[in-house]
Design a protein around this ligand. Sequence first.
Ligand SMILES: [Zn+2]
Ligand SMILES: [Zn+2]
Length: 227
Amino acid sequence: MIMERKIKLKTLNSHITCKICRGYFIDASTVTECLHTFCKSCLVKHLEENNTCPTCGNVIHQSHPLQYISFDRTMQDIVYKLVPNLQDDEMKREREFYKTRNLPCPKDLPQNHELEESGAEKANEAHAESDYHRQDEQVNVCLECISNNLKNLKRRFIRCSSQATITHLKKFVAKKVLNGMDKYREVDILCNDELLGKDHTLKFVYVTRWRFRDPPLRLQYRPRIEL
Ligand SMILES: [Zn+2]
Ligand SMILES: [Zn+2]
């Protein structure tokens, strides 16, 4: 059994290690255009001096490459499943790092997603103004209602630009089932039971939440729940 796992891990290693530091991915972050993955800290450091992907050399974005990388939950989960103890060791190492500097560990603090996302929102707005997304890559989405208090969509399967955001989908749902696009804030959209951030593009959601599954990307909607 041990032998078998060793062989498997060896063949998989190139897929779950960072090309920059040669270690297993820590906070796996994926370039949304070319889908190459690195540790978050390795990639962020690289992008301070460059705007290209370290693997394929593609320009990620001329001036704001950091807005086109995203935490890759699927990849990180795979790494943690394949490499026992990595998650615990990494958590311990990180807490130790902050403790020796007398700082609170960011992973122990409540997350503020609104703040994190405001930069991406501006980039998306600028992008939306530049064209009407007709030439964009398309994503097939199945949008299902998971609440008895909202109507089902007549057509659950939709096809839209991979650059469309969760806010666009909320507006679509609000228009269809709440009779007013302006009520879009009353809608939550989820994937795998996880609430999705309003500025996430469908490409981002697909890559980080649906990468190894079959299309369509399955999303759910419900009336907004105040958390
Ligand atoms: Zn790395
Ligand atoms: Zn790349």
